[in-house]
Structures are given as C-alpha cells and as structure tokens.
Write a protein that binds this ligand. Structure first.
Ligand code: SF4
Length: 370
C-alpha cells in the first residue's frame, strides 16, 4: 500500500507567513502540468508497492488547475498504479477559487475530498496574512461545495496571531463549527525568517505570541472543537463522523509515497528523495533530485516522532519487532518520567500523549529519540 502526492507550487499571491516552496509565476503552470505527466511515467517504479490508496493534490494552490487537468492526472495515475483500493482523492483549494462553475466541474471529477485554506474568518486577520479571500467568501466556498454534493470537506485554521483587539480566534472557531465540516486542521502560526512576517518581526512591527499564550490558544482550540464533537486525533488535526484524513494518516504510519512536482518529496521506507528543480526548470522538464538513505536510527526516531503526534501513539510491539528489545526497554525507561507526570499514557501495547498535552509533544518525543 502506498500513496501519491502531486505538488502544485504556484500561488497568485504570497501569504505573509509562508515559507513553503512556491512561486508566483502562474504562467508556468500549464507547462509544469505536462512535466508532471512525464515525471509520473519516469518515477512510477520508485514505489515498491504500486497499490495506491490515496491521491493528494497539495501546494501551492492546486485549485489553479482546471478540474479537467486534475482528472487527466488522476486518469494517468490509474494507468500506472493499481487503484482498486483508491478511496480518497483530495485537492487543496483556496476559497476564492471555488465559484459555482468550478465546484460543479470539480464534483464531476474523481476528487472526493476538498481541503480549503481558510486560516481565519476574520477579515483583518486575513489581510494581515495577505490571503486572497474574506471570511464570507470562505463560508460561501464551503456552502458551494456542499451544494454540489461534496461531502468530505476539510478546512485549515491558523491560531497564535497577536496584535488584534477582538476575539478573532473565538469567532473563527464559532464559524468553523457552524459549517459542520468533516475535518479541521488547526496550525500554530510560526514566524519564519525568510517571510514577510519574519521581516516585520525583525523590524519590531510584529510581536510573536509567548509560550503561555500559545498554550492557552492551543487548549482553547482543543476544547472548542472536541466539545463540538471533533476527535483530536493528531496534534493539528480534528475529525468528525470518522472522516480522518486518510492520506495524512498514511504518512503518520510510515507508508511509502511518491511525490511528483517541483519541491515534492518521496519516501520508500528507507530512502527519501526530493525534487530540487526550480519551477522554471521543471516546466522545461529538467528534473533534478537529492536523496538520502535512512539509517535504522533515523527510522526509529521518525517512527517515534510521527506516531507520538497522533492519538494512536507508538506501538510497543512494533518497536520490539522492528528495532529490538533493547530499544524497547530504553524507550520504556525514558518514558517512565513522563508517565509519572501524566503527560504520557501507557496502555500496555501502546503509549500515547493525551491530546491536551500534544503542544508539548516535541519535548517528550525528543527525549525518546535514540
Ligand atoms: S496559498 Fe499556501 S503555499 Fe501559497 S503562499 Fe499562501 S500559504 Fe503559501
């Protein structure tokens, strides 16, 4: 079992906090899509198990693609991989790309899940983030998708912004909950050096939130969403009606994946490869890669890191089978001090961090690294 990721690294406008690999040169998009078809052909053999269970169009802004272009890529993937167990096809979309025509055409493709980059419902916060949409447009996008029959919708929210005098987080949570979407990803705003927000911070025009504020906001998001019936199943992810993100859950279980597109990463269990072509090179079908082989230590640390960020936690039997009894005992020994404080729970065969302590998961995870 494996998954396929398609990276569309183009954005019409660059958000103030964003340091993902993305470019504004939207005119390259159409040629880049042809490059993706070619790269798909060339790289299909990277996956040992050609059985694809999910496809994810991420970015960047995949909703810059016409639905017909999306379907063509999906059909190409169906030719190259086994897809009888393909159950989830997600596209990330910007709310202002969701017009009635776009929503209808999207529903006619094989896409069955849409992840909307809403971030906030407050217009002042959205302007601060340099987003293209307003809070009302975000609501309208969800309604439009619903009206054409798309019944698996995820939205992204960002918390941890400072400098606003209204309760915009409370308002965003209230409006998100009212939309009754199946899935919410809530991320803490991080200030990265090479972003507009980073520059504003260095100039003293923006003051990042302190640790206490972060914790308060994280708990507020956790409490509001769990009270509204969402399962907080990963540090940043909440699902309702068991609509867990299958594609992301596969990452967290260490399932292999093939990433296509400029900047996309691939993983085959003991190898990680990423495409370092610029978008311009990629559009000219020049594919350059870097890769690394993972040691047993890398694999163990990675397993501990991704699984402890989920509600399922780590599987102690898997640790013993895959990495040996000595590693298991080392982890159990270090874990004891966290268990004593109630920040880690040992349920016999699994060990997990209670969701309300996810925010400090990094400290716990690092202590368990080999
Ligand atoms: S839309 Fe996404 S990828 Fe593009 S600039 Fe904004 S945050 Fe970055």
């Amino acid at each position: 079992m494996s998954t396929l990721y398609l990276h569309i690294p183009f954005c019409k406008r660059i958000c103030s906090y964003c340091n993902f690999y993305r470019v504004g040169a939207v005119q390259l998009l159409h040629r880049a899509i042809e490059g993706m078809h070619l790269e798909l052909e060339k790289r299909a053999s990277y996956l040992k198990d050609r059985n694809i269970t999910s496809i994810y169009f991420g970015g960047g802004t995949p909703s810059l693609l016409a639905p017909a272009q999306i379907e063509r890529i999906i059909n190409h993937a169906r030719e190259l991989f086994l897809t009888d167990q393909l159950t989830e096809i997600t596209i990330e979309a910007n709310p202002d790309d969701i017009t009635p025509e776009y929503a209808k055409a999207l529903e006619e493709t094989s896409v069955n899940r849409v992840s909307l980059g809403i971030q906030s419902f407050d217009d002042k916060v959205l302007r601060f983030m340099n987003r293209r949409h307003t809070g009302n447009e975000a609501e309208r996008a969800v309604e439009l998708l619903r009206s054409v029959g798309i019944d698996n919708i995820s939205i992204d929210l960002i918390f941890g912004t400072t400098g606003f005098d209204n309760d915009h987080l409370g308002e965003s949570l209230r409006r998100a909950i009212a939309l009754d979407v199946e899935h919410i990803s809530a991320y803490h705003l991080t200030v990265e050096d090479d972003t507009r927000l980073g520059i504003m911070t260095r100039r003293g025009e923006y003051h990042p939130i302190d640790d206490e504020g972060s914790e308060r906001e994280f708990l507020r998001v956790h409490q509001a969403l769990t009270k509204a019936g969402y399962d907080h199943y990963e540090v940043s992810n909440f699902a309702k009606r068991e609509r867990y993100a299958q594609h992301n859950s596969a990452y967290w279980r260490g399932v292999e994946y093939l990433g296509i597109g400029a900047g996309a990463h691939s993983f085959s269990g003991n190898n990680r490869t990423w495409c370092i072509s610029t978008a311009k090179e990629y559009a000219e079908e020049i594919f350059r890669y870097e890769s690394e082989e993972l040691t047993t230590e890398d694999r163990l640390n990675e397993y501990v890191m991704v699984s402890l960020r989920t509600k399922q936690g780590i599987d102690l039997r898997y640790i013993a089978e895959e990495f040996g009894e000595i590693e298991l005992r080392r982890i159990e020994h270090t874990a004891a001090r966290w268990i004593e404080r109630g920040w880690l729970i040992n349920k016999g065969l699994r060990m997990m961090i209670p969701a309300e302590h996810f925010l400090i998961s990094d400290a716990i995870i690092e202590s368990l690294f080999k």
